[in-house]
Design a protein around this ligand. Structure first.
Ligand code: CTP
Length: 448
């Protein structure tokens, strides 16, 4: 019996897929089809798959060509599948010609001619209008955003608004996009808005963007008051718009995997979370000189508080901040402690004190640890009482990682999938409340 294997995503199942499977089956007697998981697709940079895995499997099954369907979840699996299933022929479409020649030593490799003028990418683009992104703000993160957005199909960066016209023009020239000094012109040229302006401007920019009927992706911290976050989410909902807080960690595949394992019970009940993120900044930087909106907690607090909210929730009983101040009186190092009914958390961030950046989650059966830069999660370990038992997990984090949040934002706009669970609205509200609590304390300290 000749055994054939092929692999694919098979998103928005189309004629090209059907013909490929038909010819693959005709190459032998028994056809195994590997369908990729969402996590594997994300890891290899395919970020906009629309159909869930079950639908893609079902569509392959319905063709009647597959004798067996398996899932493909990692790089290197093809090699082990060939051995495991005793495969004689490996086949894929001609767009992959040459890519799998290395399998020649183990089985025959056949590249089948690809069906012309059809692909999942074409269907995705035909089904959803390209969303033109307008950017507000031209800082460091904005520079990272443009190349990342180029990697997400379904969006294009149209232009940039900055009240400082010169900055807008400089940025627009660099990235070959349009510069707008007039807000109305800007809003009429774009479909969605990305806000990367200073923290204190977020509330007004979000509100105006929503008033103009635009979906909004806003950099963290989205706003600095609980009531503002609640009001804006309500306002967006009433208008059928998406308001989305961009904390890249929340959307990257490695962090999702880490949360999944933490919540699976493998380390028992979670009792302690510690997270630390420090980044030394120059003394004259905005982060260390802005008397109201500078300081380490506003800059990095969203990252370190995120795992606490994800793992323990929003209902902490007590919160306490301990701060070391720099010359300008701003916090250069802040430790925040949370007390929950059944656990505690301590998170640390610093701009003027360096420490070991680590995420540690301790449970009743074991603990998980991810070293810096855990906020771009690529690797973590699970440890137990028996120190010889260590489980290691890795995951891809591509580029600057903003592509993951852009792609989830787009999914929500297109109503294709609700990825809100990665950072819920109520978690964003809780983050705003924690920021507010910190700022009130800072104000009191400065008054005394
Ligand atoms: N395929 C084909 N003819 C097409 C499209 C795909 O023969 N017009 C083949 C691919 O070469 C692969 C299999 O179908 O062997 C599954 O491809 P997949 O990547 O899932 O489909 P695409 O339409 O190429 O998807 P995308 O546009 O997302 O890359």
């Amino acid at each position: 019996m000749i055994k054939v294997i092929t692999y694919g995503t098979f998103d928005l199942f189309h004629e090209g897929h059907y013909r490929l499977l038909q010819r693959a089956k005709a190459l032998g007697d028994y056809l195994i089809v590997g369908v990729t998981t969402e996590a594997y697709d994300k890891a290899r940079g395919k970020l906009n798959v629309i159909d869930p895995l079950v639908t893609r499997i079902e569509n392959v099954r319905k063709t009647g060509f597959a004798d067996e369907i398996i899932i493909e979840e990692s790089q290197g699996q093809k090699f082990s599948d060939i051995k495991k299933y005793g495969i004689h022929i490996f086949t894929v479409g001609s767009d992959w010609r040459g890519s799998f020649d290395y399998l020649h030593d183990y089985c025959k490799v056949v590249y089948l001619e690809r069906t012309k003028n059809i692909s999942s990418t074409m269907l995705r683009e035909r089904n959803s209008r390209i969303q033109r992104i307008g950017m507000i703000g031209t800082g460091r993160i904005a520079d990272r955003f443009v190349p990342e957005a180029k990697l997400v199909s379904g969006v294009s960066v149209q232009g940039v608004y900055n009240p400082h016209t010169e900055s807008a023009i400089r940025f627009a020239d660099k990235w070959q996009i349009d510069a707008y000094a007039d807000k109305e012109e800007f809003f009429s040229a774009v479909d969605v808005v990305y806000i990367a302006a200073p923290h204190e401007t977020h509330y007004d920019y979000i509100k105006t963007s929503l008033e103009h009927g635009k979906h909004v992706l806003c950099e963290k911290p989205m706003v600095l008051q609980k009531a503002q976050a609640e009001e804006l989410f309500r306002y967006a909902k009433e208008r059928g718009l998406i308001l989305f807080e961009g904390i890249k960690t929340a959307y990257c595949p490695g962090f999702s995997k880490l949360l999944g394992i933490a919540c699976s019970g493998m380390i028992g009940s979670i009792r302690n979370v510690e997270a630390c993120f420090t980044k030394l900044e120059k003394k004259e930087s905005r982060e260390l000189t802005d008397p109201v909106y500078g300081g380490s907690f506003l800059e990095l607090g969203s990252y370190v508080v995120l795992p606490v909210l994800k793992l323990f929730g929003k209902d902490y009983q007590d919160i306490r901040f301990d701060t070391i101040r720099g010359e300008k009186g701003l916090d250069i190092f802040t430790k925040t402690s949370f007390c929950y009914p059944a656990g505690i958390a301590t998170v640390t961030c610093g701009l003027g004190v360096k420490s070991e950046g680590r995420l540690l989650v301790s449970g009743t059966k074991g603990y998980m640890v991810a070293e810096a830069p855990w906020w771009k999660t690529t690797y973590f370990e699970v440890h137990y009482e028996d120190d010889k038992r260590v489980e290691k997990y890795s995951e891809t984090f591509l580029g600057d990682g903003l592509r993951y949040e852009i792609s989830d934002f787009l999914f929500m706009i297109n109503g294709k999938s609700d990825t809100e669970f990665k950072l819920t609205r109520s978690e964003s509200v809780a983050l705003a409340e924690i920021m507010e609590c910190f700022m009130q304390r800072e104000k009191r300290m400065n008054e005394n």
